[in-house]
Design a binder for this molecule. Structure first.
Ligand code: NOJ
Length: 562
């Protein structure tokens, strides 16, 4: 099957088994509402993306992942989809999408879009029909409606908790005012879970995949890819006290990682394979280990799975070496590349996370009253070094908008500005994820730092971001932007994404050193400087002087040519 825009793509549309683009691509995550606002309403949009494509070419990325822009009441920033096959007016129109796609393809940039199959919005026509229909109806069978427990059904069907806090069940008030059945929502009450044992649901999503593939997208990032199937009988489950909020730490959860989920992706694999080029599926599957994550990328399933065990590893050389080793082994065992990632719209930005002064469970966020706030300069230094390590690893890598500017987590957002449902569902106990979603600063002297011509911004940008604006960094050879450009260009010219890793020993325990082709990477995670080995420095996360590699610094050295 071909797509309407094939003529405009400068890249091959033939399949390249073993050398597919997604094996080694650097994919830039755009969170549309915070990227660039062309309409002036304070919320980024698709024409805003189109307007900045040249900046992404200049940065050197291969592809873009767009977080949701489909029709949605925006109760969870678009992860509550009311119509999977239309663009929300906040972000533009389908025509704007087509223009953006063609313009991206014309520049050699591929586009993958977010797909949210675990749940819909409560405004989706199917959920509205389910509300209007009787218990036991075909309409209700597409979601997980159950009678309550207790003498009058007053207790929820089981004890599951929502990822965003509070119970995972909400009871219906029927049209006549009586209390009715309960429905399951692993996230917000406005995000009812589909019942994936229902063939209607499976068929709906086959159609959604084809709708976007027909338009020419290069693939999908699949939301909550570990959650679609729930254990039979919906047994009670009590999470450990220290549970990770996205399920990452917990081994046997009746709603995460159920074996039946893989049949869904085998089905989807076949749908993508019928299209020209190499279209890809990337799993957002929070699993505790690389081995379990790799189950999503077996050869007949998805193509990529975010390496969250890597993302959640601290700034520790031994732990990083172990997770890199385990990842390369586990993914290679199923014939897949590893997909490295350090930041996204759900986690504390790594320029802050790597210098937190206390534990912070994933999804809780940081705010004015948090214990263990980050040390800003140290965080940025470590983040630059961490990125230099990540971009030298073989496989694909995702970068999140704004990390190329060294943006930190915004810690001091006013409570009145917060929008993450986590904040509301925990009555302010967890700050949630707004701090990593603050709109991008493009220009230091413009209103909203160039994010929006009117100066509107759906979350306030800190005044300290004037010095982080892209235009300030453009001309500074030591800026984080300059570092990312260098790393991406050298990664490409040395083909690191398709290379192989070999550890280099002989350094202190807190140093990570490896070779990929003719590039040697040395990252000093310790407190003391070490002598810098000989070699041609092709990239360094900090300026190097005096023949030493300072603390929290990484360098790429090129072996001398024979
Ligand atoms: C994971 C998404 O990345 C997150 O932003 C969203 O809130 C949940 N899934 C629910 O869709």
């Amino acid at each position: 099957m071909t797509s309407p825009d094939t003529a405009e793509r400068p890249f091959a549309l033939t399949s390249r088994p073993g050398a597919e683009w997604w094996c080694s691509a650097v994919i830039y995550q755009i969170y549309p509402r915070s990227f660039a606002d062309s309409s002036g309403d304070g919320i980024g949009d698709l024409p805003g993306v189109t307007a900045h494509l040249d900046d992404l070419v200049d940065l050197g990325v291969d592809a873009i992942w767009l977080s949701p822009f489909q029709r949605s009441p925006q109760k969870d920033a678009g992860y509550d989809v009311a119509d999977y096959c239309d663009v929300d007016p906040l972000f533009g129109t389908l025509a704007d999408f087509d223009v953006m796609l063609a313009e991206a393809h014309g520049r050699g940039i591929r586009i993958i879009v977010d797909l949210v199959p675990n749940h819909s919005s409560d405004q989706h026509e199917w959920f509205q029909a389910a509300l209007a229909a009787a218990p036991g109806s075909r309409e209700r069978a597409r979601y997980l409606f159950r009678d309550g427990k207790g003498t009058a059904g007053e207790l929820p069907p089981n004890n599951w908790e929502s990822v965003f806090g509070g119970p995972a069940w909400t009871r219906l008030v029927e049209a006549d005012g009586t209390l009715g059945q309960w429905y399951l929502h692993l996230f917000d009450a406005s995000q009812p879970d589909f019942d994936w044992s229902n063939e209607d649901v499976r068929e709906l999503f086959r159609g959604v995949l084809r709708f976007w593939l027909d338009r020419g997208v290069d693939g999908f990032r699949v939301d909550v890819a570990h959650g679609l199937i729930k254990a039979a009988g919906l047994p009670d489950y009590t999470p450990p006290v220290e549970a990770d909020s996205m399920g990452g730490d917990e081994p046997d959860v009746p709603y995460w990682g159920q074996p039946g989920v893989h049949d869904v992706y085998r089905d989807w694999h076949g749908i993508l394979a019928a299209y020209d080029g190499d279209r890809a599926l990337c799993a957002e599957a929070w699993r505790p280990t690389p081995d379990e994550t790799a189950l999503w990328v077996r050869s007949d399933e998805m193509h990529q799975a975010f390496n969250f065990p890597y993302l959640t590893t601290g700034w520790d050389a031994a732990e990083l070496r172990a997770v890199i080793d385990e990842s390369l082994r586990a993914f290679a065992a199923v014939g897949a590349p590893s997909t490295w990632v350090l930041s996204n719209h759900d986690v504390i930005r790594h320029a802050s996370r790597l210098a937190l002064t206390a534990e912070n469970p994933q999804g809780h966020g940081i705010g004015p009253d948090s214990v263990g706030k980050p040390i800003a300069d140290l965080g940025l230094r470590r983040a630059r070094a961490a990125t230099a390590v990540m971009l030298a690893l073989p496989g694909s890598a995702y970068i999140y908008q704004g990390e190329e500017l060294g943006l930190p987590e915004v810690v001091d957002l006013p409570d009145t500005a917060r929008q993450d449902p986590t904040w509301f569902r925990t009555a302010g106990e967890r700050y949630g994820r707004d701090g990593c979603r603050v709109p991008v600063p493009w220009s230091s002297s413009q209103p909203a730092y160039g994010f929006s011509a009117t100066g509107e911004s759906w979350l306030p940008q800190p005044s300290s971001w004037a010095r982080l604006a892209r235009d300030v960094q453009e001309s500074d050879p030591e800026s984080t932007l300059a570092l990312y450009r260098t790393l991406l260009a050298e990664r490409r010219s040395h083909a690191l994404g398709t290379g192989a890793l070999e550890w280099v020993d002989g350094f202190p325990d807190d140093v990570l050193a490896f070779r990929n082709g003719n590039v040697t990477v040395i990252a000093n995670l310790g407190d003391a400087s070490i002598p810098l080995p000989h070699g041609n420095v092709i990239a360094a996360s900090e300026p190097l002087v005096g023949g030493i590699l300072p603390a929290d610094t990484a360098v790429w050295l090129e072996a001398a040519q024979a």
